[in-house]
Design a protein around this ligand. Structure first.
Ligand SMILES: NC(=O)c1ccc[n+]([C@@H]2O[C@H](COP(=O)([O-])OP(=O)(O)OC[C@H]3O[C@@H](n4cnc5c(N)ncnc54)[C@H](OP(=O)(O)O)[C@@H]3O)[C@@H](O)[C@H]2O)c1
Length: 272
């Protein structure tokens, strides 16, 4: 998977072992990037092997993919990932801070430690990793960062009450950092997917809600493609998904938070 020194650009993708992050990593590989591809599960190594093969088949030259298994809900996991970047001994050209998760269910029932761990992953690890990435890229005078948020950043999300605010944090963090890093030659892009066909809702324990398997969701390939184009063009933010998803995000600018909360509760409340 990893080989000799390469002259190709290098990208870091967190959450590259599955879902949107895997598709994102594949697009980067096809477009000539070597990769540091992170995940938490044992599937991370297999995903890296697949990414190396895809990149090589489609770009017709060898793609180096370094897999890193680390739990980003732990500060040590973030340091493990950053060590892998430093050990690569090359400038990091792109960073996709994408790993994240939700927790479905009534707040009265959900587990506090699990929710604190979600905040650690969705919020603290993004700040922690961005600190390393931003200093590294600003030092090089160039780089592109994409931070995954969500359409859930634009409304209260009852029955996944901690998740939406965590993504609202990442959205405003990305947009603030973008402004600061402009003068250092580094662009920051925020990706806001709508509901997307990945393991995300099943992992959140939301199969018994309207977000379960029967919901028609956005294609993760389309979401990743839109994010990739926004990253490469240095756009501030992009809503990932189809026309209806993009319309919803616009509509959310004008609707009262209380109305949006009630509407989300109808979809996210577990069915008996
Ligand atoms: N799917 C949606 O509907 C949707 C909508 C809006 C925003 N998003 C955002 O999109 C991002 C990607 O989600 P997805 O849909 O691709 O979900 P997914 O298919 O569940 O993939 C999540 C990725 O994050 C990794 N991850 C999860 N917990 C981790 C931890 N503690 N430490 C390190 N890595 C961890 C997973 O690694 P392993 O598989 O190896 O455990 C996996 O690679 C998330 O930030 C999510 O908030 C998703």
């Amino acid at each position: 998977m990893s080989s000799t020194s390469s002259r190709r650009p290098l990208a870091l993708v967190t959450g590259a072992s599955a879902g949107i992050g895997y598709e994102f990593a594949q697009l980067l590989a096809i477009n000539g990037f070597d990769l540091i591809a992170t995940g938490r599960s044992e599937h991370t190594d297999q995903a890296a092997t697949d990414l190396a093969r895809h990149g090589t088949d489609l770009a017709r030259h060898g793609t180096d993919v370094i897999p890193v298994r680390a739990d980003l809900a732990q500060p040590e996991g973030v340091e493990t990932v950053w060590r892998a970047v430093e050990e690569a001994g090359r400038p990091l050209d792109a960073a996709v801070l994408n790993a994240g998760r939700s927790i479905g269910g009534a707040f009265l029932d959900t587990d506090l430690d699990d929710e604190l761990s979600l905040i650690q992953l969705n919020v603290a690890s993004v700040v922690h990793l961005a600190k390393h990435v931003a200093r590294h890229m600003a030092g090089n005078g160039r780089g592109r960062i994409l931070i995954t948020s969500s359409v859930s950043a634009t409304l209260p999300t009852p029955y996944e009450t901690v998740y939406g605010p965590s993504r609202a944090f990442t959205r405003m963090f990305a947009l603030g950092l973008r402004e600061e890093l402009k003068e250092h030659g580094v662009s920051v892009t925020c990706l806001m997917p709508g509901a997307t066909d990945s393991n995300f809702h099943a992992r959140a324990g939301m199969n018994n809600t309207a977000f379960g398997p029967s919901m028609k969701k956005n294609s993760r390939k389309d979401v990743a493609r839109q994010g990739f184009l926004a990253l490469m063009n240095g756009h501030a933010e992009v809503v990932g998904g189809n026309a209806a998803t993009k319309r919803t995000a616009i509509e959310h600018r004008f609707l009262p938070e209380t109305y949006k909360a009630a509407r989300h509760a109808c979809k996210a409340k577990p069915r008996p």
